[in-house]
Write a protein that binds this ligand. Structure first.
Ligand SMILES: NC(=O)C1=CN([C@@H]2O[C@H](COP(=O)(O)OP(=O)(O)OC[C@H]3O[C@@H](n4cnc5c(N)ncnc54)[C@H](OP(=O)(O)O)[C@@H]3O)[C@@H](O)[C@H]2O)C=CC1
Ligand SMILES: CC(=O)N[C@@H](CCC(=O)OP(=O)(O)O)C(=O)O
Length: 352
């Protein structure tokens, strides 16, 4: 049987990245799977090529409206819709359909935290699509519903989890992350005008209000077993917008426990990620940079002990649209359908 895959939100950045990756996926190249409906909202009725000129083979495909009728009859549906839109769409899809949601709607287990940061009713909680988190991979194998992580939580979690799980630092976390503009999606936003962005760097959502904070707390809370309720995990997170289209470079720090050495830290990361295809601890002395992971499903990490300040510092780089969304979504598809986890996904970046 050929698996039919629909992509809802195909005109967006996340939907476009999912399609870019699927066009090179072995299951689509050899006919085990094929692309069905490609849906949109305000741009329904127009050809995909008007919005995603880089997806040549799909240029003439006409976008249909994101609704139940158009998404019916597919074995797999990717949702790449604005926050709050996934719940109703997913509910109308049968339990046998594999639904992979790039939005935030089903990421959080804590309904109160959801309401506090998103201001709407909590839709529910699905298996969390970060296979590299201990225990997560098993829950994703064969899953019919997957919540793809946010881009900042992906890199922050992978950067700090080994340190916290090994008890090498206290969970009093400070993260500053430089991000490209595509993280905001492609709808017009005044602060993302070219003239405001070029030659500029600006902090936003400062002071504990960014939506990704509860997601990072949830993930890193699970690294500290004595803290099931995440009560003593604190996360100070400051995002900084920079003039680049893709990429996140995150500096993640936490207070080192007394007696911890640089060797302890490296050992923790080498052990945690020894078998992970998409997480690379760089050789000593080399530092992650966004260009090195551009277009790839990789996260690059480097860890240092700042002895004078008594802090662990981990630098992480990710392509927000690849491992930060579209690549993670395809990695989760592979796990859900029992395909090789890395099928269609590259660890090789685009540089310069
Ligand atoms: N960009 C990123 O780096 C990341 C994005 N995500 C998540 O992925 C999802 C999509 O983000 P992104 O691609 O950046 O966003 P975009 O703004 O680029 O795209 C949004 C898509 O949703 C469609 N859409 C707009 N309004 C509605 C609506 N009311 N109902 C249904 N569909 C609608 C748009 O269609 P049309 O063009 O026809 O109006 C478009 O296809 C979001 O939930 C986002 O949080 C997650 C991690 C990282
Ligand atoms: C530059 C910029 O605005 N970035 C977005 C990234 C969020 C994102 O894409 O993740 P979600 O799926 O959780 O929305 C932001 O900071 O809100």
């Amino acid at each position: 049987m050929t698996i039919r895959i629909a992509v809802a939100g195909a005109t967006g950045y996340a939907g476009g990245e999912i399609l870019r990756i699927l066009l090179g996926h072995p299951a689509l190249l050899d006919g085990r799977a094929r692309l069905g409906a490609l849906t949109a909202w305000s741009n329904a009725g127009s050809p995909l090529g008007e919005h995603q000129p880089h997806l040549g083979p799909l240029a003439d495909r006409i976008l249909t409206t994101t609704d139940t009728a158009n998404l019916a009859g597919h074995e797999v549906v990717f949702l790449a819709l604005p926050h709050g839109q996934s719940g109703a769409v997913a509910q109308a899809l049968g339990p046998d359909v594999t639904v992979i949601d790039c939005g935030a709607d089903f990421r959080l287990a804590d309904a109160a935290a959801w309401s506090r940061f998103y201001g709407t009713a909590h839709a529910g909680t699905w298996p969390y699509g970060l296979p590299e988190l201990p225990g997560a991979r098993a829950a994703l194998q064969g899953a019919k519903r997957v919540a793809v992580p946010g881009c900042f939580p992906t890199v922050a979690t992978l950067a700090l989890y080994p340190t916290l799980a090994a008890g090498l630092a206290a969970p009093e976390i400070v993260i500053t992350a430089v991000t490209g503009t595509s993280g905001a999606g492609r709808s017009l936003k005044p602060h993302l005008l070219g003239s405001e962005i070029m030659g500029n760097a600006s902090a936003y959502q400062v002071g504990g209000i960014h939506r990704h904070i509860p997601e990072i707390v949830q993930n890193l809370g699970s690294a500290t077993p004595a803290d099931a309720a995440h009560a003593n995990v604190s996360v100070s997170f400051t995002p900084v917008l920079a003039p680049m289209s893709r990429g996140i470079l995150a500096s993640c720090t936490a207070p080192a426990q007394p007696g911890v050495t640089a060797r302890d830290l490296r050992d923790a990361y080498e052990k945690a990620y020894a078998d992970e295809t998409f997480v690379t601890l760089l050789p000593e002395g080399r530092w992650p940079q966004t260009a090195a992971v551009l277009g790839s499903n990789s996260v690059h990490l480097q860890v240092a002990l700042d002895e004078a300040a008594g802090r662990v510092t981990v630098i992480g780089a990710v392509d927000n649209l690849a491992k930060g969304t579209g690549g993670a979504a395809v990695q989760c598809l592979n796990l859900a359908l029992g395909w090789p986890e890395d099928a269609g996904l590259s660890t090789i970046g685009v540089a310069p």
